[in-house]
Design a protein around this ligand. Structure first.
Ligand SMILES: [Zn+2]
Ligand SMILES: [Zn+2]
Ligand SMILES: [Zn+2]
Length: 551
């Protein structure tokens, strides 16, 4: 057992870990897996968007960098264009100075893309997204239409406040659902439709408040009903006002707590530990893995990816990546890279695309054998890299992720703050940056406390589009969009009382903390590894017992 130099918790370096470090010629880490992830996530601003001016075309753009940020920021049209040449920012490697110090200077010089949002239509407030139409405030979501406030949603239409959903339509407040249709307040469901408050159901329709059901219709709290009975009861059960939604949620949650739970959301997988894993094999302590193999301490590894360690969002035919974040799409053998797509055999590079053999490069595309954006011959490159690695071993930089003060964002702007929340002084004590930029309140004709909103949607006037609603929880004002109002009216749903960020936070809380515990199956007493800590009251079953007991 090793002790983490940051949080002092003990962590294991397994034989498989050692084999991997040997394979990629990197030293074993001194931080535990959580602290390692924290450093990577501090490079990922998902939700803080600002109004900016493009430093090239001078047009207004939405940006993850605020105006006071020291970087040169190009709108995405300019950034992906040929109107600038990243190779012009080349610099010599200085063996008298540390690598990261020089990399930091390069970061200040090379333009950065304002936002990642390609090939989208009428969806300018979406980030780490592509191919969306008429969408608003989506993160890491692609190929959607008319979706609002989504997180990791793909190929979906008309969904509002959903996360980790795939091929869903007309869903509201759903988390981790696949092929849902007209589904409300549901979690971990597949091919369910016209239902409310379902958890872990498959192929159900016209059900209300059910858990662990397969292919059922007209069930209420897991009890069968005739079509007529169901039709009558559902009228009074469906919540129409905001207080009714809250009350029904509470009633359902209380009932749900008494039902059994599956030890983890792991399906069609072999020899995997972690949570939210499907069609994967030999993944160790991974979360959100799909079609992944031999990944360790990794998050969001998906679509044909293997042999990765300590990575976040790495997928689509990518392998042998270590300490990388958002390094996807045919990415092979990369170490310490952040937001690089189609990149191979590269080290400590950022915002590079479709390139090979890069070392400490920023903003390059279609390049080979470059160091600090300077072009070398193949022979020179390898000779230089050998020297730089030796230099970095000497300076103690080799094998580390980018230092914390190099992150382009304040800690509180990033997803690290969501997963590992810190106060300003603690974040700074740990070497992270902090952003003191205040977001501008939305322009509005009047401000209203959410508790003063008319309870049901029928009583909401069109004028609400001009109001700023004060969030019940964070007190941050937010607005309702026309598209959103239309959705609530069509579905008879009340106006939410919470700011979109708080709604997102609450949805993320529907998942267990990402920490594995040893526990015994409540049925057969066999040993399980689960995110349900032993002191939690839920009845947790092993895979075998769970499948035997679903209805
Ligand atoms: Zn630690
Ligand atoms: Zn521009
Ligand atoms: Zn069991």
């Amino acid at each position: 057992m090793k002790q983490c130099i940051q949080c002092k918790s003990s962590f294991e370096i397994t034989d498989e870990d050692r084999d991997f470090y040997q394979k990629i010629k990197m030293p074993a880490p001194k931080l535990c897996p959580n602290c390692r992830q924290q450093e990577r996530l501090a490079w990922r601003n998902e939700r803080q968007l600002y109004h900016q001016t493009c430093d090239l075309c001078k047009k207004n753009t939405i940006s993850v960098y605020h105006k006071e940020s020291p970087f040169i920021v190009y709108c995405q049209e300019c950034w992906w264009s040929d109107h600038w040449n990243p190779i012009e920012y080349e610099r010599e490697f200085d063996f008298e100075r540390s690598f990261f110090e020089q990399f930091c200077e390069l970061m200040i010089k090379v333009p950065r893309p304002a936002i990642l949002n390609r090939n989208s239509e009428n969806s300018e407030y979406t980030h780490i997204c592509e191919n969306n139409r008429n969408c608003y405030l989506l993160v890491e979501s692609s190929t959607n239409e008319n979706c609002l406030y989504g997180y990791w949603i793909q190929k979906s239409k008309h969904c509002v406040d959903c996360s980790h959903c795939n091929e869903c339509e007309w869903c509201y407040e759903c988390e981790n659902c696949k092929q849902g249709y007209n589904l409300f307040f549901s979690q971990n469901c597949q091919t369910c439709s016209d239902s409310w408050f379902l958890k872990n159901c498959i192929g159900c329709k016209n059900c209300f408040g059910c858990a662990n059901l397969h292919h059922k219709e007209f069930y209420i709290f897991n009890e069968p009903h005739s079509k007529e009975e169901y039709g009558k009861k559902i009228i009074t059960l469906k919540p129409h006002t905001y207080p009714e939604v809250i009350k029904t949620k509470q009633t359902f949650e209380k009932w749900r707590q008494e039902q059994f739970y599956k030890y983890a959301e792991i399906t069609s997988s072999e020899n995997c530990t972690g949570d939210y894993i499907s069609e994967s094999k030999d993944c160790y302590e991974c979360y959100n893995a799909s079609q992944a193999r031999d990944c360790r301490y990794s998050h969001h590894v998906w679509r044909d990816t293997k042999d990765n360690m300590d990575v976040d969002t790495v997928g689509m035919n990518s392998d042998l990546n270590y300490q990388c974040i958002n390094t996807a799409i045919n990415s092979h053998h990369n170490l310490g890279c952040a937001r690089c797509w189609g990149v191979s055999d590269s080290y400590y590079s950022n915002e590079c695309d479709y390139s090979q053999n890069l070392f400490g490069c920023i903003g390059l595309r279609h390049k080979k054998y470059c160091i600090f954006n300077k072009q070398y011959s193949k022979k020179e490159y390898h000779r230089m890299v050998e020297r730089i690695v030796k230099h970095m071993v000497k300076t103690g930089e080799w094998g580390l992720f980018f230092p914390r003060n190099l992150s382009p964002f304040g800690y509180n702007e990033t997803v690290a703050q969501e997963r590992f929340p810190l106060q300003k002084e603690n974040a700074e004590r740990l070497g992270f940056k902090w952003s003191d930029v205040k977001t501008e309140p939305p322009e509005a004709k009047k401000k209203i406390q959410s508790s003063k909103l008319p309870d049901s949607i029928e009583l909401i006037p069109d004028d609400i589009l001009n109001w700023a609603i004060e969030c019940e929880d964070s007190k941050t004002p937010f607005k309702i969009t026309a598209q959103e109002l239309l959705f609530y009216r069509k579905k008879g749903l009340p106006i939410p009382h919470l700011h979109p960020d708080i709604r997102h936070k609450k949805r993320m809380k529907l998942r267990n903390p990402q920490k594995l515990h040893h526990r015994k199956c409540a049925k057969c007493q066999s040993e399980i590894q689960t995110t349900y800590s032993p002191d939690r009251s839920e009845i947790v079953y092993c895979e075998h017992c769970y499948l035997k007991n679903i209805y």
